[in-house]
Design a protein around this ligand. Structure first.
Ligand SMILES: CC(C)(COP(=O)(O)OP(=O)(O)OC[C@H]1O[C@@H](n2cnc3c(N)ncnc32)[C@H](O)[C@@H]1OP(=O)(O)O)[C@@H](O)C(=O)NCCC(=O)NCCS
Length: 171
């Protein structure tokens, strides 16, 4: 099986959004929804999209896909925020289709973002995640690569969940 990684393009937009909805419990109207951000990343300069960027303090966003032939089987991306724009790439919408897990695709997707962050002169990879059971495997993955929890917060969605902020200093 040969898995390619390429930048998100219009061709795979719908498939990529569908994969995220299969894996995560998301509401298309949430501020960080892929239904907003995947297309916005391809067209950052429309008036509507500029408003999305402004509202969340986002400066730049890019997404990448893992493809098995024409099938989208993984997603990743990075975004920069005004508050730490010189310091960090934030990891966004990181996922691998359940049937393709534990064969190293997540690692390839993560490494791509870390390499890009390094080239761009950033010092950290940061992300937020939750302690929900859907994201349990991700915690093991993040622990494995050394993304350490530096802050926790109560979730605004669910009283049972916590938001975990993680970061890794790029070597
Ligand atoms: C997190 C995720 C992207 C990992 O993708 P993956 O392709 O399976 O990861 P890899 O095969 O590259 O795993 C690399 C290493 O991470 C660790 N790891 C990954 N999944 C694990 C699991 N379920 N249990 C224990 N360790 C795990 C292992 O050390 C693994 O190496 P190994 O297989 O040689 O033991 C995938 O589980 C996923 O899509 N989860 C749901 C979506 C999600 O929660 N995303 C993050 C939101 S913040």
């Amino acid at each position: 099986m040969e898995i390619k990684i390429e930048e998100l393009s219009k061709k795979y937009l719908d498939q990529a959004i569908r994969l995220i909805h299969q894996i995560f419990i998301t509401n298309p109207h949430d501020q960080d929804s892929p239904d907003i951000w995947f297309p916005a990343s391809l067209n950052p300069n429309t008036e509507d999209n500029k408003k999305h960027y402004e509202k969340l303090g986002v400066v730049k966003v890019k997404y990448f896909l893992a493809l098995d032939g024409e099938k989208v089987i993984g997603t990743t991306g990075f975004y920069t925020l005004k508050k730490d724009v010189n310091e960090a790439y934030w990891l966004g919408w990181f996922s691998v289709h359940p049937r393709y897990r534990r064969i190293g695709i997540g690692m390839r997707l993560y490494k791509l973002i870390e390499e890009k962050a390094k080239k761009a002169g950033k010092e950290f990879i940061r992300l937020y995640t939750t302690d929900s059971k859907e994201e349990k495997n991700a915690q093991k993955f993040y622990d494995k690569i050394g993304l350490k929890i530096y802050k926790t917060e109560e979730s605004t969605y669910s009283r049972r969940e916590k938001i975990l902020y993680r970061e890794k200093k790029i070597e």
